[in-house]
Ligand binder design. Sequence first.
Ligand SMILES: N[C@@H](CCC(=O)N[C@@H](CS)C(=O)NCC(=O)O)C(=O)O
Length: 330
Amino acid sequence: MTQPVDQGEKKHPIYKMADDDGQFRRKASSFRSFVSPDPTAEFPAEKDRYALYINWGCPWAHRTNIVRSLKGLEAIIQLVVMDFTLTPEGWIFNGNDGSMDKDPLYGFTKLSELYYKANPDYEGRFTVPVLWDKKKETIVNNESSEIIRMFYTAFDHLLPESRREASHPAGGYFPENLRQEIEEMNEWVYDKINNGVYKTGFATTQEAYLSNVIPLFESLDRLEKHLEDRQTKYLFGNHITEADIRLYTTLIRFDVAYYTIFKCNYKMIRYDYPHLHRWLRVLYWEENDDTKGVFMKTTYFESYKNGYSRALRNNIVPYGPEFDIMPLRK
Ligand SMILES: N[C@@H](CCC(=O)N[C@@H](CS)C(=O)NCC(=O)O)C(=O)O
């Protein structure tokens, strides 16, 4: 049984997401180094050298988990899973809901300990995902958009040929010929959708809420039209690219969590966006050479409903919707 929210704890500074004007502004990530295939690099790609710290709830961490599996990096990069409930002490290990009992590398119980090991003077937020170097004992990078790009290519020489970017039928997850289009889409999808749902959900004034929820739905309309016009299976053609991975982690949480918990309730993906809904179900349900079944395997609906409810310090988890995801064919 869940405990009622402690009203004192509700005011803990870790839960203060919005600035004084009611708007949530995501802070830039602090660790921005890159793993490289070059053996003389500061962070060379090696087997068993790196660990990826995540939880099942976070969409940014989810991106990195998807790419780790799509690329077949499971035996090369260790996965470390924490609980998906944000506590006053930040992300913790507690053995619940898929979390490991404690940090397998150092026996830590909190993610903050890992950040302080990397930098005792660290002052930012303790976010997932984190890519950790076990040899240098430091954080390589804590920015998901950069971690996924490293995963596309940096470890390719350690992988069978079929998993290398050069063998990817579309020319990679971030192919040369689509880079500009993907970057352009990333920019507005990040601001209005991936981060837009957070800006909507964490807003503490009506003005701040409206200034984010309206562009969010305008952008979903724009994506719907993009798919309708192109009639492609994925966002840019018939193979998965980075644009699909980045959008998936937000849309798979949309109807079950953001719609109710973050008040993104103007429309629902399943009833109001037929093309996006089809695209989402293909990624989730279809086990083909592109998806490799990875999207379903890395999706944990209960963590979205529970994690976001608790993040807003309200332990009541919404009852619906009736299905976490609709079947591919009715
Ligand atoms: N820019 C980061 C954002 C990561 C992020 O904000 N993660 C959230 C979880 S979804 C987090 O760890 N929040 C903890 C906190 O802010 O205290 C990325 O994309 O990697």
